[in-house]
Design a protein around this ligand. Structure first.
Ligand code: ADP
Ligand code: MG
Length: 266
């Protein structure tokens, strides 16, 4: 059975999309069958996977969720695109905004995505879902179907308040909608090696949350290569395979696979 990982933080520009793409592709390099789902109406994950005009795609996540709402039949491969680096992606685009509005009147509106994911879950080892930068109904849908949440946090400053709100939302979802959800960990991204921010922030995060939440030892360094890769529709493993960002995502991937093995022993 596949593991579903949500990548969430209601703050934008913290590295959610980049983490989805690179974690996904690295898991695929390790021989795992991976599906990425773009649950952000900006379609950045879709763009970074080589589809520069997500709004022109005929079928996207919004189409599929619309079918779930209308109780129409969905083919298991419907809307899923294949990336040359060995992963599948269900694209997202602006239509998600309209869908979000229409969810207001839908029964079990927090569980729409879960209904879809349960159809395709068995075909993948990992499903990684990129969230939009808000705690919207769509993000709640993602949390409702996820086994775990990875929380990227940018090293430049610490929005503790925002993080508290996110963690509160996750525990609410756990109590009311999805008892199995766990926090995979907090991932510190875009670390500038010339400053001590990352160290200070790690210490602060550990003091605030370290007893209950894993904070990944491995940080993602800041590199212009990471930025270039996402604009060129390829992963960091293609664009700069020997660079420090590729190495950091490789280590993260090993930790994600490792935590799985560790969990299974119990
Ligand atoms: P989010 O999805 O949280 O909004 P993104 O992954 O889109 O964040 O990243 C925001 C911007 O920062 C993008 O332009 C991306 O290319 C860039 N970026 C992401 N990770 C890194 C990194 N490690 N080093 C430098 N730039 C990065
Ligand atoms: Mg994003």
């Amino acid at each position: 059975m596949g593991k579903i990982i949500a990548v969430a933080n209601q703050k934008g520009g913290v590295g959610k999309t980049t983490t989805c793409a690179n974690l996904g592709i690295c898991l695929a390099k390790e021989g795992k069958k991976v599906l990425l789902i773009d649950a952000d109406s900006q379609g950045s994950l879709t763009i970074s996977m080589g589809y520069p005009q997500p709004d022109q795609l005929e079928v996207s996540l919004a189409t599929i969720l619309g079918k779930v709402i209308k109780e129409e039949e969905i083919m298991p491969t419907e809307g899923i695109l294949h990336h040359e680096e060995g992963i599948d992606i269900l694209p997202g685009n602006i239509e998600l905004s309209g869908l979000e509005v229409s969810l207001v009147n839908v029964m079990s509106r927090e569980q729409i995505l879960k209904q879809y994911v349960s159809l395709i879950k068995d075909k993948y080892d990992y499903i990684i879902i990129d969230c939009m930068p808000s705690l919207s109904t769509l993000t709640i849908n993602v949390l409702s179907c996820a086994d775990s949440v990875m929380i990227p946090v940018q090293a430049a400053y610490l929005p503790v308040k925002g993080l508290e709100q996110l963690i509160k939302t996750i525990s609410k979802v756990k109590r009311h909608l999805n008892p199995k959800i766990e926090i995979e960990g907090i991932l510190i991204t875009m670390v500038d090696g010339r400053t001590n921010y990352a160290k200070d922030i790690t210490t602060m995060l550990r003091e605030a949350y370290g007893r209950n939440i894993k904070i990944f030892e491995n940080h993602i360094p800041m590199s212009v290569r990471a930025q270039e890769a996402s604009t060129q529709g390829m992963s960091i493993f293609r664009h700069d395979p020997k660079g420090k960002v590729a190495q950091a995502y490789q280590t993260l991937t090993e930790e994600v696979i490792g935590s799985e093995k560790w969990c299974k022993q119990y």
